[in-house]
Design a protein around this ligand. Sequence first.
Ligand code: NAG
Length: 531
Amino acid sequence: MKNHLFLSYIFIVCFGCIILTSCETKKPAIPRDLAKQQVIPKPISVTATGSSFEIESNTLIQYQTEELQPIATYLAKLLRSASGFEIPVNIEDSEKSLNTISLKLTDSISTNEGYEIETKESGIVVKASMPAGIFYGVQTLRQLLPASIEAATKTTDTLLVATGTIKDNPSYGYRGAMLDVSRHFFGVEDVKRYIDLISIYKMNRLHLHLSDDQGWRIEIKSWPKLTEIGGSSEVGGGESGFFTQEEYKGIVNYAQSRFVTIIPEIDMPGHTNAALASYPELNCNGKAPKLYHGTKVGFSSLCIDKELTYKFIDDVIRELAALTPGEYIHIGGDESHATTMKDYIHFMNKTQKIVAKHGKKVIGWDEIAHTELLPTSVVQYWSRKGENALKGVEKGAKILMSPAKKTYVDMKYDSISRIGLNWVGYTEVDKAYNWDLETYESGISKDDIIGIEAPLWTETVQTMDDIEYLAFPRIMGIAEIGWTPTELRNWEEYKVRLGNHKDRLDALKIDFYPSKLVPWKSADIEKTNDT
Ligand code: NAG
């Protein structure tokens, strides 16, 4: 018996040794559940299995069909600069499955933009039913890696991804940002950077406000003075500009590579001083107003009764539609205080039909609900009160949610914000996050809503840093509202996750507003915060 016990003892000790030795050769486990603590928007389901996959010198990326090749290359670029490794990108080869990140399309995932990530010690598989889903899986993967990968230089951090499974898909199909390039002009490089940044948070629409009283920003070949004259001014009278059609196409294509659709807006019939200054015949009195450098709204109007006005609109929409792969063109329609309601309705009814003739659907600011909406027209809720949007719902229209109180990221955060407006009050980071699309306005329910958009008007915004300061971090919360179901979101948990993004935002060189409400946490989140 004694002998027997002794043998068992030896056996247990040896077995322990074997376990210990094999543990040592295993990849280091990450002592926390990264996805839960870090990823924005919060994924729907995360199951961690407690170990890790490491990006090493022999790691490669495989894609299953050619249409995934650009996404594979996008991921490789990120990993190459961070790791200094070669990270080859190849079409799928079943022989090579070790140390591989595989991107695969599959019918087994039913949601359009949804994805699954399965991470084992030996490799990662990202699956989706469409390339967009693969792209979002890649964005999640990127947020599972150390923040230092964003810096576009080689990092000393070990590139580990926690093992486990993530299953995710968005609540809403339209998750957008709007940039006003009229009040102040922003060039191609700035717009591309904004696209890059919003796409990290899985936003998929960028609405460009291309015309207003202060400037006309898109070349229209049949009406060249719009940009020659109307493109030469901006708020404050500084140096401004416009996009040639070639440049604009470049933006549209770049956006597509980030799964972002550009929605162009020509604001009509008000907000048109720049057009009237370029072509006085569009004005009822035939006189050209001066170019406008101020920030007032609601004083200009195209001449509703002239046939030429509709020829103008037809030309502009035709050229714009040809530059627009997306289904929507935004026709503005806000604050037409210089137009009577009767004229406004007449004008907007006609303009909606012109857009339809050119094969596109309409989005308009919520005043458009007063018109004969086409069945496909979308009403963009922005006003302080919801009555216009409710009227839109009554007429059967879908609603794009941009209530100024919550989503206008041109508002100041607080009384000491260095830029921003405050006509709707201050919008701290919690206020922009802590609400739901489905319950915001009684009478507007989930089925009425196509999604959410955060407008950034640029009266006070002059540089890319200014854009980033106002948009970040609020836009990350807006992105999460559009993606993550209401029941999985709450501010107390979100603010910790947001705080954990500090290093990533810094590495991306985003000039974000360091709100005091957020527990910003630098560097060592890996060593603390075990779950
Ligand atoms: C609104 C105007 C816009 C202005 C913005 C500033 C809409 C639809 N219209 O008054 O022209 O830039 O506020 O927050 O927002």
